[in-house]
Design a protein around this ligand. Structure first.
Ligand code: BEZ
Length: 219
């Protein structure tokens, strides 16, 4: 898949949005960011996704994350659509900006183009892409879903917590990890160093190889 991928630095692009003209780096500043695209305004799955993102916005804010939505229609259309989104998910307010991309320039720069979806004029449409970007402006994780599959905001929050734990401690999260579960200590950390770094202790899995690389701790 060509284009922006894990570890790449996002471009410092400028775009019109529901919050006025936005320069991406200025908006993100030193925070984490979640940039998520949608195939189009006034479409069913997108309406549910933007409402759920609004409902989870406080959780992301608590974790120091700025949200940036994108749909390829213009700002006026986004503003009209927001009324539907807020009505469909009662109690939610779309407080994050939604970028406009009528010329499909941003979705190309952010690798968010869906090769299979076109509008009635044959123009390309965004996929349901989502990039989690670190304070260093590098892509830490990406989802790429087709138009037919809405994203799960619990999963977005879960992977964000995993990324933030990995960035703070020398740990990783195992299969099916949930916040609060034990994490694994990075293989690059020696047992001696692990004792210093994790005074709460750690447990080593007893494996047939007798290699002690699978160590669990709580952080
Ligand atoms: C939707 O949001 O439901 C949708 C948008 C574009 C294509 C297909 C579905």
């Amino acid at each position: 898949m060509p284009g922006l991928t894990l570890g790449d630095t996002i471009p410092d692009l400028e775009a019109d949005s529901t919050h006025g003209r936005i320069k991406l780096y200025d908006f993100i500043d030193d925070s984490w960011a979640i940039i998520f695209s949608h195939p189009g305004d006034f479409t069913p799955v997108c309406t549910t996704e933007l409402g759920k993102m609004a409902a989870y916005a406080k959780e992301f804010e608590k974790r120091g994350v700025k949200l940036v939505g994108l749909s390829c229609d213009d700002v006026q259309s986004h503003k009209e659509w927001m009324k539907d989104i807020e009505a469909y998910t009662p109690g939610c307010k779309v407080t994050y900006p939604i970028l406009a991309d009528p010329n499909r320039e941003i979705i190309k720069q952010l690798n968010m183009v869906d090769p299979d979806e076109k509008d009635s004029s044959g123009n390309q449409l965004p996929s349901r892409a989502l990039h989690i970007v670190g304070p260093d402006k590098k892509v830490k994780l990406s989802f790429l879903y087709p138009a037919s599959t809405g994203r799960n905001l619990d999963e977005v929050l879960r992977v964000l917590e995993s990324l933030q734990k990995a960035a703070k401690h020398k740990v990783a999260t195992p299969a099916n990890w949930k916040p609060g579960d034990p994490v694994v200590i990075s293989a690059s950390v020696s047992n001696e160093r692990a004792k210093e770094m994790f005074p709460q202790g750690f447990e080593t899995a007893d494996l047939p190889s007798k290699k002690d690389y699978l160590r669990f701790t709580k952080v």
